[in-house]
Design a protein around this ligand. Sequence first.
Ligand SMILES: *Cc1c(COP(=O)(O)O)cnc(C)c1O
Length: 430
Amino acid sequence: MSDAPNYGFDTLQIHAGARPDPATGARQTPIYQTTAYVFRDAEHAAALFNLQEVGYIYSRLTNPTVAVLQERIATLEGGAGAVCCSSGHAAQIMALFPLMQPGMNVVASTRLYGGTITQFSQTIKRFGWEAKFVDFDDEDALAAAIDDNTRAVFCESIANPGGYITDLDAISAISNNAGVPLIVDNTSATPYLCNPIKHGATLVVHSTTKYLTGNGTVTGGCVVDSGTFDWSASDKFPSLSAPEPAYHGLKFHETFGPLAFTFHGIAIGLRDLGMTMNPQAAHYTLMGTETLSLRMERHVQNAMTVATWLENDDRVDHVTYAGLASSPYNNRVAKICPKGAGGLFTVALKGGYDACVKFVDSLDIFSHVANLGDTRSLVIHSASTTHRQLDEAQQEAAGAGPNVVRISIGIENAEDLIADLDQALAKASA
Ligand SMILES: *Cc1c(COP(=O)(O)O)cnc(C)c1O
């Protein structure tokens, strides 16, 4: 598509990044199932390797199908550039990698996807990185946790598993003030419901496995750069501001300006970490993005209907959906995600742990799986699965206590979902 910054979201989700195939005229983006690309001549090859000319060398770095998806997600998020990778967790490492060094830390919200809490609290220690977890509703605690070795602040826009909404304006004001980039995981909200960059985020990460693909077919991830952070304002980010020894002394920020982080992600991140998205996965995700707004509208509508029904049921202790007036996060919907609070929330059952297990085992339409953001409605008992590696205090802090079931509402008929929940609740409380 030609540059047309005024197109609306529904148009961009179909057209951004894509153009008819120059060789064949194919209207749909082809799956460029190739590992390597023929150089025009030796001079062309040298220019590509020097990053003096942009083009294709090898599919660990760049691939035309993946490139369309990168441009599409960057456009939908309002970013300068994006790098796709093999999973959401890969995207998180790819986002932190240019910023961190041994001894440095990331200040992260306590309300995160369970796998991210494990990745941050355990695995990144092997790189000499540390995560400090803070309640991001406590702005003073967040400001106090940022120290001289902090290189990033990390949160989710609509946080797993409870669908809690983070006040991104308040958080970005604190991180900007400290001269540290804010990374926002926008997986649960998607760019249709929330654009973290408009609220001051430096980087946006996605698990494209979820709503962007939308039907539970492929894993993938993406890092979007706003292009607005001044990497040279301090000496905290030498990989971007100073000569980078991993690329024969290239100064990424000076050379690429707002695209510095994106070029670094490809030329060093994908080159050396190899967490590449394959073109088949990019194809499935491109198909998903074409209907993103339509699906999200229905996810939101169904979530509101089902959450309201659950909240009024005697067998239910409470429901966390931020779209409900009873939620302490309800007043953030209009500011952060005005088109709706997403399709994800938790329900706490009066019967506790045992009732939760019976409940998830009794559902017919809802599948008990470790996934979210599918067209299908899904449930998981977080305490016995995704949040199992956490102790009970961490589970409670993350909103995944033993009596809690996480629900990812699909796009089926809401009345069928309610009937299924009703019969499973009957069995669970029998
Ligand atoms: C699923 C998920 C991840 C991890 O993504 P994968 O694609 O499974 O690696 C990270 N953050 C959130 C909010 C998620 O839902």
